[in-house]
Structure formats: structure tokens, C-alpha cells
Design a protein around this ligand. Structure first.
Ligand code: NAD
Length: 412
């Protein structure tokens, strides 16, 4: 996965004609932390997990990125995802660097009490290297507002009241209105932009989604509210489809109660992996990385892919899609709505001031549409696909900050 990120980085670095010295400096993570977490389960037995936090680059501000609780989490995953965060925060121009982390646990098989113990042990292990001006975690796969609230509480017990240490918190614990749906909302705005460019609109398209968690469910709801037809959804347990459009509100209720879309009664069932090649105008991968590979890219039927997930498309698949003429809106642009509202949450926390939801959504919309326009302009000027253009934009901004701070003693 790290190699894939480096591939996209180097492709854009070639366009920018970056020296090997600057490339090496920009690719090296600033800090990698690994902690062993030994806690007790509900039966009093010891559990062992590893927690990771990688701060990739802080040239443009404190490191920022999510925490993923998943058995596959390891140092390489965290490093690759932290890299992406550095370019993503630069593409939407929020004053942060990039970070990522998590724990190699499986929350589907843990009680809330066990999850709490593991989370607070993790905070004990990394508390010296996170903080409102240093590194600010947020939710990612299998983490949510409740867990962010535990992190704030645990951190504050060491350093005093510190809501700005983490974003994506519950509203009653200084979270921001609109943060929960922000990534999905951002996906909807960039989809609207790309369809406008193609002379179409959300109301004209059918959409298939892989993943129906935070990103997928909110994106689906907001797209459906604008007349888009959600024809297929697949998650880790199964898929559900309906040619005349799924009732997304009911599907969200079902998924909340059952922790999966599988079994939803008002739809037909299908094998979840088929969602990537579904007969729909738009595909939104919103689950995990490597969903679209060289094995299935040739069979993709959507003409537009909006990457809600991080790194869902391998470089080989990206090449195949490009040759097929599929428009791919890359993760570092498409799913940046979450980190954008995380910035608004952090700004509210450090100012001890609360914004109204309308203001949050307006600022998010402005940021996402502006970022899309900047990426599209770079793509047109340099005759690039949207992914390479987004990397060029992000890398250029980070390089300029690094040079101004004399981390790099060369010009670009
Ligand atoms: P989540 O835990 O809320 O949901 C994950 C979804 O993916 C679930 O529906 C799960 O069933 C599904 N899934 C897991 N494994 C799958 C598989 N093998 N096949 C099909 N579906 C599978 O996570 P999320 O926060 O929605 O994150 C989803 C993606 O979006 C991740 O790549 C994450 O890094 C990225 N992302 C999240 C945010 C955010 O604000 N939460 C922001 C930017 C990017």
C-alpha cells in the first residue's frame, strides 16, 4: 500500500520536476510511534494489541488524521494513510499536516467496555506526541464520535480541558455540528461538480456504493435527497440492490440495527464484491483500500468513480480505468470533507466558540467546490488526470511550506 502511494507521489513529483532530495524529504514520515496495549477483557483475561500513530508531515500545521480500529492496522498501513493525509489537507488548504493511526483490534468482536479499555490504554501510550498544536486524531474505519469523546476525556485527565486534541467528538463534548456527515457531504459536492462538468446532474444518475458506514451512508442519503438513485450497496456482510432505487433512509435504520445492509427486506440480495462492477453511472467506493484492482477494473461499468474511501484504487486499476475513459475523482480530494469540518471543529474548540450548522455546511461546500476547481484547473493546464493533478497541487503546497520553513534547502 505504501508503494502505491509512492507511485502516485512520484508521478506528480515528475510533473513538478522535484529533485530526489526534495522527494526523499517529503516522503519520510516525521514520527512513527508503536505501543503495545495490554488490557483485560470482560472475563478478566489479558488482551494484547498494538497501537500505531504516524505523523507524516507537519510543514503546513499540526499533523491531522484518523484512527482506524481494524485487524489489518499496522505500521505500513498507518504510514501509507498518513502520507495521503499530508496531500489531502493541502488540497483543501486547511492548516494541517498529515497523520494516521489506529489499533489492530476487531471492534465487531469486542464489548464496549473492552473497547474503552483499549482506547484509553492507547491514549496513555501516545499522549506525549498528540495535542491541539501537535497532532489531532479523528474518526476513521470502526471509530466514531463516542470513541473520540473517550480520547478527549482521557487526554484531558493528563493535561486539563483539551477539546482541541481530537475531532469528530459528540456534540455535547465540544464536537461540531455537521462533522458526522461531513465526508459524505463532501463526496456529494464533488460528485455534483464532476457531473456538472459532464453536462449532467445528480438527479440524472444511478449510483452504486461499496461501504455503508459513516462515509457511504451519508453520501448515499445526501445524493438520494438530490434525486440520485442508489441502486446497489455492498458492505462486509453482503449486498442489496433495487433497480428503481433503494430507500436510503430505511436502509440506514436497518444498518444501524443490524450493523450491515445484508438482509434489508425491501431489496434483492447479491454477493457484495460484485458492487464494484455494478451497472450504475457512478461508483462510490467507501469501504477499504484496494477495492478496485487490475482483476476487476476492466469490468467496471460506471463512467465516474468518486473515491469516498482512502486508496480504493490500485495504480494498475487506475491505469485501466483511465484507458477506458472513466473519470476518477481521487480520495485526496473526494473524501476531504471530513478533515475540512474537523478543521472547523478544532477552530471552534481553540476559540471556545460554536458555529451554527448552516455556517459549517456553507463553508464546507465552498471549500470542496474551490478545491475541485483548483484540481480541475491544474489538470487542464498540465493535461493531467484528476488524481495526478490533485497530487501536484498538494505536493506543491507542502513543498512551498517546507522550503519556507527551511526543511528543504532548495527551490522547486
Ligand atoms: P466505517 O467503519 O464507518 O464504515 C466502513 C464500511 O465499510 C462499513 O459499511 C463496512 O461494512 C464496509 N466494509 C468493510 N470491509 C468491507 C469489505 N471487505 N467489502 C465491502 N465493504 C466493507 O468507516 P468510514 O469512516 O465510513 O470509512 C470508510 C472509508 O472512508 C475508509 O477508507 C476511510 O479511511 C475513509 N474516510 C473516512 C473518513 C471519515 O470521516 N470517517 C474521512 C475520509 C476518508
Amino acid at each position: 500500500m505504501l508503494e502505491e502511494g509512492h507511485f502516485y507521489f512520484n508521478k506528480a513529483a515528475d510533473v513538478l520536476d522535484l529533485s530526489s532530495k526534495i522527494r526523499a524529504i517529503l516522503l519520510a514520515p516525521n514520527r512513527i510511534v508503536k505501543v503495545e496495549l495490554v488490557t483485560e477483557d470482560d472475563q478478566g483475561q489479558l488482551m494484547h494489541h498494538f497501537g500505531f500513530r504516524v505523523q507524516h508531515n507537519s510543514a503546513r500545521g499540526p499533523a491531522k488524521g484518523g484512527l482506524r480500529f481494524h485487524p489489518s492496522m499496522d505500521e505500513e498501513h498507518a504510514t501509507a494513510l498518513a502520507n495521503l493525509m499530508t496531500w489531502k489537507t493541502a488540497v483543501v488548504d486547511v492548516p494541517f499536516g498529515g497523520a494516521k493511526g489506529g489499533i489492530n483490534c476487531d471492534p465487531y468482536n469486542m464489548s464496549e467496555a473492552e473497547l474503552y479499555e483499549v482506547t484509553t490504554a492507547f491514549v496513555r501510550g501516545i499522549k506525549e506526541v498528540i495535542g491541539p498544536t501537535m497532532d489531532i486524531p479523528a474518526p476513521d474505519v470502526n471509530t466514531n464520535a463516542k470513541i473520540m469523546g473517550w480520547i478527549m476525556d482521557a487526554y484531558s485527565s493528563y493535561y486539563g480541558f483539551s477539546p482541541g486534541v481530537v475531532t469528530g467528538k459528540p456534540l455535547q463534548l465540544f464536537g461540531s455540528p455537521g462533522r458526522d456527515e461531513a465526508t459524505g457531504r463532501g463526496v456529494m459536492y464533488v460528485l455534483d461538480e464532476v457531473l456538472k462538468d459532464q453536462g449532467s446532474s445528480i438527479a440524472d444518475v444511478t449510483v452504486a456504493l461499496q461501504g455503508f458506514g459513516n462515509v457511504g451512508s451519508h453520501a448515499a442519503r445526501l445524493i438520494a435527497e438530490r434525486g440520485g438513485k442508489i441502486v446497489a450497496v455492498g458492505d462486509h456482510m453482503g449486498g442489496v440492490c433495487r433497480t428503481d432505487g433503494l430507500d436510503v433512509v430505511k436502509l440506514i435504520e436497518w444498518a444501524k440495527d443490524h450493523r450491515t445492509v445484508a438482509g434489508f427486506p425491501d431489496a434483492d440480495a447479491f454477493e457484495s464484491s460484485e458492487v464494484v462492477t455494478w451497472d450504475a453511472d457512478v461508483l462510490i467506493p467507501a469501504a477499504l483500500e484496494d477495492a478496485i484492482t487490475r482483476d476487476n477494473a476492466g469490468d467496471v461499468r460506471a463512467t465516474c468513480i468518486v473515491e469516498g474511501a482512502n486508496a480504493p484504487t490500485t495504480p494498475e486499476a487506475d491505469e485501466i480505468l483511465h484507458k477506458k475513459g472513466v473519470t476518477v475523482v481521487p480520495d485526496i480530494l473526494a473524501n476531504a470533507g471530513g478533515v475540512t469540518v474537523s478543521y472547523f471543529e478544532w477552530a471552534q474548540n481553540i476559540q471556545q466558540f460554536r458555529w451554527e450548522l448552516d455556517r459549517i455546511n456553507q463553508e464546507l461546500e465552498k471549500t470542496m467546490r474551490r478545491a475541485y476547481a483548483a484540481v480541475r484547473q491544474t489538470a487542464r493546464e498540465k493535461n493531467l488526470d484528476l488524481r495526478t493533478a490533485a497530487f501536484v497541487l498538494g505536493i506543491r503546497r507542502v513543498s512551498e511550506a517546507a522550503i519556507s520553513r527551511r526543511y528543504v534547502k532548495e527551490q522547486i
